[in-house]
Structure formats: C-alpha cells, structure tokens
Design a protein around this ligand. Structure first.
Ligand SMILES: [Ca+2]
Length: 97
C-alpha cells in the first residue's frame, strides 16, 4: 500500500460537513461508500487504538440497511454520532439533518 498522508480532522469541534469531507479521502475506491477497511484507515490516521475493532463496530452502528458499507446522509450521520460517542470527536451540533 502506498504511504499516503491524510488530511487531519480539524481541531476542536467538527461539523458533519467537515466530517464527511474528511471521511471521503479514505474512500480509496471512490465508490462513495465507506467500507470497514476504509474506516479502519480513517481511524488509524487518528491514532485510535484497536482501529480494526472500532471500525467493525462503527460500521455496524452506522450501517442501517446492512449492506456492509456506510453510505448516504443517514448512515454518515449515524457514523458521526458513533464517532462522537466513542472516539471523542467533538461535534458542533446534533441536529444535522
Ligand atoms: Ca449501508
């Protein structure tokens, strides 16, 4: 795998738009969905411990239609909420849709 330097999440509070833009860079196959492996890379870039395990839990928490991918406003919103609860990502507002 190529060594890629990812853009970091903004410091402090993050809006859902910033979160989505940050997440999009990990969509390496550009299908507009975030797989467990892609989320794992995202978490690794945050120096999150147990990234593979949290990626699996995060996709499970967010994947409303159970297709194994995080896609669409609803699922990204759910992943955002998961990140807030479990990854200590600060969210500016909760009424995001
Ligand atoms: Ca899905």
């Amino acid at each position: 795998m190529a060594f890629v330097r990812y853009r970091a999440l903004p410091q402090g509070e993050v809006t859902v738009e910033e979160f989505r833009a940050w997440l999009a860079q990990f969509d390496t196959n550009r299908d507009g969905r975030i797989s467990k492996e892609e989320l794992q890379n995202a978490l690794r870039s945050l120096d999150v411990w147990f990234a593979w395990w949290k990626a699996r839990r995060g996709v499970r928490a967010a994947d409303a239609n159970r297709d194994g991918r995080v896609d669409g406003d609803d699922e990204v919103g759910r992943l955002f909420a998961y990140a807030q609860r479990n990854l200590h990502v600060k969210i500016t507002q909760l009424g995001y849709y």
